[in-house]
Design a protein around this ligand. Sequence first.
Ligand SMILES: C[S@@+](CC[C@H](N)C(=O)[O-])C[C@H]1O[C@@H](n2cnc3c(N)ncnc32)[C@H](O)[C@@H]1O
Length: 554
Amino acid sequence: MIKYIGSKRTLVGDLVRLLGAFPEFKSAIDLFSGTSRVGHALKGAGFQVFSNDYNAYAHSLATCYVQADLEEVESNARRLLTELNGLPGKPGYFTETFCIRSRFFQPHNGERVDAIREEIERKSLDPVLKHVVLVSLMEAADRVDSTCGLQMAYVKKWAKRSYNDIALRFPKVLPRVKHGPCRAVQMDARAAARELVADIAYLDPPYNQHSYLGNYHIWESLILWDKPEVYGVACKRIDVRERKSDFNSKPRHTAAFRETFRALDCPLIVVSFNNEGYQTREEMESLLSERGPVFVVSRDFKRYVGAQIGIYNPSGDRVGDVTHLRNKEFIYLVPTERGVQIPGLVDKLHEITRGTSHVPAPTLFEHDRVENVSTSNGLIRDTDELRQRILNLLAVEGPSSVSQIQEALDLSGYHVRLHLGALAADGVVLKSSYGKTTQYEVAAKRSTEAAHNGASQEARRSDQSADDDRARSVAELIIAKPGLRAEQIRHALALASADCSEVLKQLLATGQLTKTGQRRGTQYWPNVPMKATDEDPPHEPKPATDVEQLSIEF
Ligand SMILES: C[S@@+](CC[C@H](N)C(=O)[O-])C[C@H]1O[C@@H](n2cnc3c(N)ncnc32)[C@H](O)[C@@H]1O
């Protein structure tokens, strides 16, 4: 696989083991696929995978590693690669641009790239086969480049590997999976999130200003073979200046992420997050908690090679300083509105959290933290309710510190900061410093309204309305999934056992539910005429995955 910043090389084994712990899930979307390591490993674990990335080189990688099936392409690809490996070099656009005007590759290799790429273009190949061969060429060139892994600069003295001769190898294409064809698409993540549907969505967006197109412009030109005009010392494609991603823009990143996240129709959303990005951990968790309880695995990482050794410009001067060598990476798991209704799913995440699950994944994170960071049940209702309670308190009490709010509302400091952060980001709350204390108050435009509602609403928020909410959720759940047992209802809605039995009693007494069976086997049914449903039959469980077989050597 190519050298790639933000690639999940070290994380992919653990991630796939973790997801393999949910045998009810058969399909997964890799929404920002990059090298396609994650999609490749998920396909290797038996998932039907849909990969998306907005860059052409990443789409090529995804077509090769996710969409192509070994049975279909292997013999033709191997024959072609042997033929292409025998071609003599012939200088052209690639040699001129990346070996003479810049020094990313030695000319003897540039000439071979030119000859091979022209020949691939000349043959009218089946598109999937063409991507497999192009990936082989991209990876062969990557093995003999003279960079630190980014194409914004090349190293001053030729890298040792650049003296080697370029050689095409057959990429590790995987056999087809039984759950259906895997697909690679090339769209903006927001559009892909609206289009693609699967059991799991994995999101690994860019988290800072560094554009992937700018950092991998040579691969984009090699794949598109449009021989574009270039600019600057690194000979970047001219369209690097226009083809920007909102995920690389500080003012637009969060809105783009939110739109993507909200559009996804998947029971489980998994998000990779890095503490060096635009969003703080609190902001991310607050956003994620809109769709369900939030679970997180966190781990320490070595930073990418440029950060380890510094970055140098073409004259050999250091242009980037090393600030720190490690950063923290988080994997968030969010069972969504559909996910919390799958019996046992939230339960399993709690077990993983507590380390009592038979799932092997947590043992692999032995030095890492696995925890549930959501509010009481993490559903949007609770997030809204908590934020409203904080606003009401501020309206009544005036400027207050985190510890005052914490004490008054009996919340953890972490959760108070989490919600204050979100309220401040929405401009509803203002942060100010009084001496050494930081205090929060309702922003002027909201204060009149909040003050009006504040005291009385807080007082009026009775147990009755919480009971009503719970009863409505339980009734809706049982209509959607008739025949659930109390334990399943409790877990699906993250209810306390006493609350759950109270609500069930109430719904039985008011004739909204009926029950069959006794004690632990008691099942609850809606007391309304049932509509015929064209819902899919329940997922067939996948055979348990042998996790050891999942580690894939790249
Ligand atoms: C952190 S990298 C993903 C790395 C990947 N998980 C891997 O292991 O190789 C982020 C990816 O998002 C892609 N990207 C950036 N903006 C995008 C957008 N608006 N829509 C879709 N993909 C985008 C980039 O091309 C890049 O490959």
